[in-house]
Design a protein around this ligand. Sequence first.
Ligand code: ADP
Ligand code: GN1
Ligand code: MG
Length: 370
Amino acid sequence: MSTSTSQFSQEKIRSICSEFAVYGDFLLAVPFGTGHINDTFQVTYDQGGVRLHYILQRINHVVFPHPDQVMENIDRVTTHLLNKIRSRGEETRKRTIRLLRTATDQPFVRDGNDDFWRMYIFVENARSYDVFATPEQAYRTARAFGEFQCDLVDLPGGRLHETIKDFHNTPKRIDALLSAIAENKVGRVAGVEREIEFVLNRRDEAERLLQLHAAGAIPERITHNDTKANNILIDDVSGEGVCVIDLDTVMPGLALYDFGDMVRSGTSSAEEDEVNLDLVEMRFDLFEALLKGFLSSADGFLTEVERECLPFSGKLITLETGIRFLTDHINGDVYFKTHRANHNLERCRNQFKLVESIERQLNQMNSLLR
Ligand code: ADP
Ligand code: GN1
Ligand code: MG
């Protein structure tokens, strides 16, 4: 079972923070954001009368079995991004997250409970959105994620660690669902027959991107793999997608996973856990904005087959995410943070409603692309 952010006392957090090279006096830490995985705090320091913020995170080591490898990846990626941004003469303050280091020059602290903690400079005057309000936000986000992929094309130092194996392997996600059903650990299979049938009816399509990859038609790239709407910070003033965050899953992957997850989380008319499914639809205007935004930065490197699969990837990743929520519900809510009973099941039903909405609009999405 995952731990709760609220279980950590101010004293505990103060003591972790004291190991990082931060000047000034620790004032307080408050839980921050709506992420499903890590424990995130906004920490406030007083530095000579000026209040400064940082992000402190405990890495979820149930989800990430090798936090040291996660940190090695993030250190390499953020260093590379910083060099790129500097070489273009752009302002570095907001364009990438930046890790703080400890007195012994480590990018993380490992405490006595084997928990890994890291600290980032807090990006001010920008915020993340769970649901996009405007096509402009969708456009800026997709453009920024495309730029992110572009910037990582020449990352030196060999292949990144796979921080979660087979993360977007949809057939394996279906296998995991079938194992969960067979084990039925907490007796929840009765009650989700319709959702299981929904998945089995779409099983054939789950292999498509992996088959194209195996046939050499879609290359491996360095991808973000968790491009949900709230994993980018949008500037409060310029509206620009300034900073890609949540880099735990940056690893080898397919560009289509990133576009697909943007469609999943960035085109919905409602929150991911909205229970009134009448409110859940794929907004075509937001899809159009995502497509234009992504192509504005990624068209130069996408292959023809990758381009063709952009609309389909949205359907696939939405289905896959629904499968993951369903599996976690059946397993007793051990992976995603939940805040109420049946939360994962509600998220699953929401995602499957979105899949249906995407299916209805897929022809139109493909026409737009052409
Ligand atoms: P999780 O893996 O649990 O989703 P995230 O890394 O996405 O955690 O962080 C959770 C939230 O914290 C983000 O959605 C964002 O609002 C905020 N956040 C994370 N890093 C920063 C940062 N460097 N500056 C400002 N806000 C941040
Ligand atoms: C998790 O960490 P967060 O909240 O940004 C999950 C994603 C899911 C998403 C669904 C490491 O993302 O894969 O798509 O929830 N991250 C991990 O909201 O599993
Ligand atoms: Mg996140």
